[in-house]
Design a protein around this ligand. Structure first.
Ligand SMILES: Cc1ncc(COP(=O)(O)O)c(C=O)c1O
Length: 395
């Protein structure tokens, strides 16, 4: 029996009735774009994230693009993000004409390294009044925003990021594409803050395999700012205001009504599914904790991880992956090539060796199957296969 990396058919079987009735509702309404389903999903998603506004989008990439635009980011600006992410985090920065500035990740959480972030801003951008580097003041003006990525289902360490952003007058856009329902806990965050709710804007993807996945492409933006929300609502819909008036040029980035209805049907399961992911992650941990060669995912003290992916690090990763695949186990790699060395970004002038942690992770990370419908016996089998695959490496 194969154990795929993700099994959307099994999930569909478990919620088929609700999905069918959601789809029927849309078919009956004859309203396939925007309308009541989208408006309701936006309200429900905003409430889930604990923010006043959500705006549905056609994808996570569209959400990131619009976030940049609404914050006024454009040609000549610079935006800090990580090189260890899905390419859309970066391409939606460059799409505006801005330049991505990479800061390496921290190897336990796989998210933005706070110490390196502070060093980068202070050394390369901050205006040092004592010495009076006017040139640095000019470069600080170019730096507009930070885009932390909540990779694999765990949030970046948001409080220090927000503190740096406040000090240097930078915006923060959370790439929460992989972190639906993930939480951040601190004294200042009681109750814990949901992914997407802490920065100026939070961006989500509802790509089918995500913790909350549509049956096609979908995304959303969340924000506390009413004026931004109103503008985003316009921008997703070709800049259209009331009546016939297009107040500015926008995009066709609308969330479609079928996807909204499906997302509404699935949202009621999200917490339960995330809890199940955490239980299964704990079982993996129990089965693998004595295997020295494996680095298991760590839950940071501030975080509630929702395990969008269960990612370990192993030596001889490609050989281990192949051995698992040969046993019918869908192990995969997210991501084998960091963004700064992708051919698409050759012109940015980065080189191998520039971000050693991201590069080391890209060589060693391995995603194991993890989804709410996975059975405990599947994990037992995967753990056994992994031990066997590692055996030759032990000599
Ligand atoms: C971290 C991250 N950012 C952005 C995106 C883009 O989302 P979408 O595929 O919905 O455009 C994804 C999707 O996989 C992602 O994982």
């Amino acid at each position: 029996m194969r154990i795929p990396l993700v099994d959307l058919r099994r999930q569909h079987r478990s919620i088929r009735k609700r999905i069918h009735s959601a789809i029927k509702r849309v078919l009956k309404s004859g309203c396939f774009v925007l309308g009541e389903e989208v408006a309701r999903f936006e309200r429900e998603w905003a409430a889930y994230c604990g923010v006043p506004h959500a705006v549905g989008t056609a994808s996570g990439a569209a959400a990131l693009h619009l976030a940049m635009l609404v914050l006024g980011i454009g040609p000549g600006d610079e935006v800090i993000t990580v090189p260890f992410t899905f390419i859309a985090t970066v391409s939606e920065i460059t799409r505006t004409g801005a330049r991505p500035i990479f800061v390496d990740i921290e190897p336990r959480s796989y998210t933005l390294d706070i110490a390196r972030l502070a060093e980068k801003i202070e050394r390369e951008y901050a205006f040092n009044e004592r010495i009076g580097y006017l040139v640095n003041r000019a470069t600080l003006r170019r730096l507009k925003a930070i885009v932390p990525v909540h990779l694999y289902g765990q949030m970046a360490d948001m409080r220090p990021i927000l503190e740096l952003a406040r000090r240097y007058n930078l915006r923060v856009v959370e790439d929460a594409a992989q972190a639906h329902g993930a939480e951040y806990r601190s004294e200042a965050d009681s109750p814990p803050a949901k992914a997407g709710s802490m920065g100026d804007i939070g961006c989500f993807s509802f790509y089918p395999s995500k913790n909350l996945g549509a049956y096609g492409e979908a995304g959303a933006i969340v924000t506390r700012d009413s004026a931004w929300a109103a503008r985003l609502r316009r921008l997703v819909n070709n800049g259209r205001g009331d009546g016939p008036w297009h107040l500015e040029e926008g995009f066709n980035y609308r969330l479609d009504a079928l996807q909204a209805a499906i997302l509404r049907a699935k949202l009621r399961y999200l917490d339960r599914w995330n809890e199940r992911r955490r239980e299964l992650a704990a079982l993996y941990r129990q089965k693998l904790s004595d295997v020295e060669e494996i680095a298991l995912p760590e839950e940071m003290p501030y975080a509630r991880h929702v395990y969008h992916l269960f990612v370990i690090r192993v030596p001889n990763r490609d050989r281990i992956r192949q051995a698992l695949n040969e046993q019918g186990i869908g192990a995969a790699v997210h991501y084998p090539v960091p963004v700064h060395v992708q051919p698409a970004y050759r012109h940015l002038g980065y080189a191998p060796g520039d971000f050693p942690v991201a590069e080391a992770c890209a060589r060693t990370v391995l995603s194991l199957p993890l989804y709410p419908e996975l059975r405990e016996k599947d994990i037992v089998r995967i753990a056994r296969a992994l031990r066997e695959a590692l055996r030759p490496a032990r000599g």
